[in-house]
Design a protein around this ligand. Structure first.
Ligand SMILES: [Zn+2]
Length: 442
């Protein structure tokens, strides 16, 4: 048994319980009790004690949309002509890089990105992977790496027609095999989803194939929806309908599906997403970086849609995503009153809901019975802090790298900023070597 205590416990449960001098008791992979440090220490006298030294004790963070494979783009200059729009960004950058990835690249981008997640306090990641010339075993490679790092992960391969039918079919096969493997594994540490790139790179024939495979699988889809305006224009021109309507026609929507971005959608599409209980993910930094616009998140939240928060490969720091999420909607709507409540709800409550739909376990709250994903975040508030203003303290006072200690599923994987599962220095050195080889292939 382990107690993490002597800190400010922020449970992020339904009551947003806040305990000034609190502690969390862990037995195996689960939390068994949350209370004051006196209560918990008195009750579990023999437990190992991890001293939070007055810092924050919080549930591990959840990132509902990430791209591990994008890691080796950092610092890369492809010397392509300047992008004129979102499709140019895909062609000049992402579809150039992913074609060159080998399984070794996948492995080392996995190590470095997932280590970065742990260092930023993220304990559950939903990844969306692409490596069209190294598809077979790519998801299994990422899952093996996640196991070594000690992080909880959902993996999928982004099925797309953009590299020909054989590659489309290989993508479908990898999704199917991985979903079957993960469902059999039943460990609550790894899950599979059916990845789709976006409707504009998928023919009716391919979507029919995917739907047929999904008939016998217990999983959701993970798909980019109306990220750029080109996706909407393509759908209207080629199929005579809007993006969400086309996804609905192939039975892609549903309570386990992640519909990512949703920028260029109208009121009827929002109704469809709500009726099908589909989960949405907003990635504010990525949207700003790609200059694709701003998703109507405030309207979606008003209508009761389940919108989560992700990073889309832009960063692994969810606090950074929260900060940008707080700004983009104010800026977009010219209304300084919005996003104060919506973005923390996306980050904590909705991401928690999304994760719990996939892992058959309570994730993202400190409460008895929930998985023991716990972080200690360094923070000494300069003003009074309580349950009513904790979101303001997190927004303005904390970032991902404030994380001191990370526990996943009851196991301490980082303690006082030192990774315990792997030799971080050695892995980053090897990662520079592997990425330099990748860069030499352009
Ligand atoms: Zn994405």
């Amino acid at each position: 048994m382990v107690i993490i205590g002597n800190g400010v416990v922020v449970t992020r449960d339904d009551n947003n319980t806040f305990i000034k001098n609190g502690a969390v008791a862990v037995d195996g992979s689960k939390i068994i009790e949350v209370g004051t440090v006196e209560e918990i220490k008195g009750k579990y006298k023999d437990a190992e004690f991890i001293d939070a030294k007055g810092n924050l004790i919080m549930p591990g963070l959840i990132n509902t949309h990430h791209h591990i494979y994008s890691a080796f783009a950092r610092g890369l200059n492809l010397n392509n002509p300047p992008a004129k729009g979102f499709i140019d960004i895909l062609e000049n950058m992402w579809w150039t890089i992913d074609k060159k990835l080998t399984l070794e690249d996948v492995k080392y981008s996995g190590y470095t990105t997932l280590i970065d997640c742990i260092k930023n306090g993220v304990t559950t990641v939903f990844d969306h992977h692409a490596s069209p010339y190294a598809i077979e075993n790519s998801l299994f490679t990422l899952a093996d790496v996640a196991k070594e790092v000690g992080i909880r992960g959902s993996f999928c391969y982004e099925t797309s027609d953009r590299d020909g039918e054989a590659i489309t079919d290989a993508g479908i096969k990898e999704n199917v095999e991985f979903i079957k493997y993960a469902n059999k594994e039943n460990s609550d540490m790894v899950k599979g989803m059916f990845g789709l790139h976006a409707q504009f790179t998928l023919s009716d024939k391919t979507l029919e194939k995917c739907a047929k495979e999904m008939e016998s699988l217990d999983a959701g889809y993970h798909v980019h929806t109306a990220e750029g305006i080109d996706d909407l224009h393509h759908c209207l021109k080629e199929h005579g309908k809007r993006v969400v309507e086309r996804l609905m026609d192939f039975d892609i929507l549903g309570e386990k599906t992640l519909s990512v971005h949703n920028l260029h959608i109208n009121s009827r599409e929002m109704d469809i997403l709500k009726e099908t209980k589909t989960n949405l993910v907003n990635n504010p930094e990525s949207n700003m970086g790609n200059a694709v616009g701003c998703a109507p998140v405030i309207e979606m939240m008003k209508r009761g849609l389940n919108v989560g928060l992700g990073t889309d490969g832009y960063t692994s720091d969810m606090f950074e995503s929260m900060k940008v999420g707080n700004l983009i909607h104010k800026h977009n709507l010219c209304d300084s009153n919005v996003a104060w409540g919506e973005v923390p709800k996306m980050f904590f409550e909705n991401n928690r809901d999304i994760a719990s739909r996939h892992f058959n376990a309570e994730i993202g709250a400190l409460k008895p019975g929930a998985v023991a994903d716990i972080i200690v975040v360094e923070y000494d508030p300069l003003t009074p802090m309580d349950a009513s203003n904790i979101n303001s303290h997190l927004l303005f006072g904390v970032n991902g790298k404030s994380t001191l200690t990370t526990m996943v599923n009851g196991k301490v994987v980082m303690k006082d900023r030192i990774l315990l599962t792997l030799d971080e220095k050695e892995i980053f050195e090897k990662s520079r070597e592997v990425s330099s080889k990748l860069w030499s292939r352009f």
